[in-house]
Ligand binder design. Sequence first.
Ligand code: NDP
Length: 236
Amino acid sequence: MTENQTVLVTGGNRGIGKAIATEFKNAGYNVAITYRSGDTPKDFFAVKADVTDAASIDAAFKEVETEFGPIGIVIANAGITKDTLLMRMSEDDFTSVIDTNLTGAFRVAQRATKGMLKNKRGRIIFISSVSGLYGNPGQVNYSASKAGLVGMARSITRELGSRNITANVIAPGFIKTDMTDALTDELKKQYTDVIPARRFAEPKEIADVALFLASEGAGYISGAVIPVDGGLGMGH
Ligand code: NDP
């Protein structure tokens, strides 16, 4: 049942976030997205927010709550990469990725649970990565941030599982977005060769899983890591 259910997707202006917002809209949810830069997106109720700033997140939640009422589902999707090998990685390369991907998700989840506790229902979905548990050279910062989301979801599950709030992690492999467009053709080929499915995925393939995790049918799934990676990280 999706009637009157509101979902907020961070970083919903492009890539995986936009595909998730589209999928929920098509399924009949009230959809709000955050965007950080560029023109105001027209397809969804859009609020400007930066996940590195708790006040900006709070203001975004308030705007969405005023428009639609309580937010029952939150997708912490906003993320960045600053890839380089460990020996060359500056402290800022490390901390800025952690601040966006991990602390940013914490800020969003913490703000979201306020309303969820009141409404005695909530679904928190973190967009992690195959890199989180499988590791990837050049992504010490990114992998650490994405692995952290697993501990976060599992601790939230243990804290709030009895309150009808679930927290789950989607771990995408390589998905066709601006983030992977930045890879060289040589790297894309190297990765494709080791993905059992032998291809990168469409963003919609992540969105379909998010839609399921938000559904009534997924009410008994919490603290789970769902890989959507064409078999790349098998068993992670
Ligand atoms: P994109 O680079 O296409 O989009 C990233 C989104 O995050 C943009 O909307 C961006 O906003 C937003 N964002 C970044 N920093 C902030 C911030 N500080 N505050 C608010 N919003 C911010 O990435 P993808 O769609 O590819 O990735 C989405 C998520 O999926 C990320 O968490 C990523 O790590 C993860 N992922 C992606 C994979 C892939 O293969 N593409 C694989 C595994 C995981 P703006 O437009 O302003 O930059």
